[in-house]
Write a protein that binds this ligand. Structure first.
Ligand code: AMP
Length: 167
């Protein structure tokens, strides 16, 4: 989606040397670019017919919340450890830089509910795949994965397919 590329800023060596961080704040700040992004996410989401949007902390919240509102579905949140107030399922995984753990309230997903997993960026796919594991653990179905940015050269989508992946 060439029209949105100018709104993604490359920040070399953040948060560690060798990482080119994709800064989405120019896209968030521009109402036209954000609207266009959300319309694309909406079109893709509607085709996947999810019952719930799962937003991943923290930049996934910026898109998942707006998307849930636009398609009139509920939102559930995968959060960093210790943030959720109720009982939670937990999953740990490796990141492009470091490792991480995410939690999801144990009653977030009902049996066979279709869940669309949303985040700002797909790199190795570890974060999104971990959320897929949480969805399945709770008896849900992964409707698909939706990202704003994909670092295609890393090939993270291989970790997520054959479930639908879009960016
Ligand atoms: P991964 O699990 O490797 O697919 O990493 C995806 C998660 O890490 C997302 O939540 C992103 O926000 C973040 N992330 C990883 N690499 C980058 C990057 N180069 N620029 C911005 N965010 C990144």
């Amino acid at each position: 989606m060439k029209e949105l590329e100018p709104f993604i800023r490359d920040i070399p060596d953040f948060p560690k040397p060798g990482i080119v961080f994709k800064d989405i704040t120019p896209l968030l700040k521009d109402p036209g670019a954000f609207k266009r992004t959300m319309e694309i996410l909406k079109d893709k989401a509607e085709a996947l017919k999810p019952d719930l949007i799962l937003s991943i902390e923290s930049r996934g919240f910026l898109f998942g919340g707006a998307l849930a509102y636009m398609i009139d579905k509920g939102q559930i949140v995968a959060r960093k450890p210790g943030k959720l107030p109720y009982k939670a399922d937990q999953v740990s995984y490796d990141l492009e830089y470091g490792s991480n753990t995410l939690e999801l309230h144990v009653d977030a997903i009902g049996k066979d509910q279709r869940v669309l997993i949303v985040d700002d960026l797909l790199a190795t796919g570890g974060t999104a795949a971990a959320c897929g594991q949480l969805v399945r653990k709770q008896g849900g179905l992964v409707a698909g994965y939706s990202f704003v940015v994909e670092l295609a050269f890393i090939g993270g989508r291989k970790k997520l397919e054959p479930d639908p992946v879009s960016s």
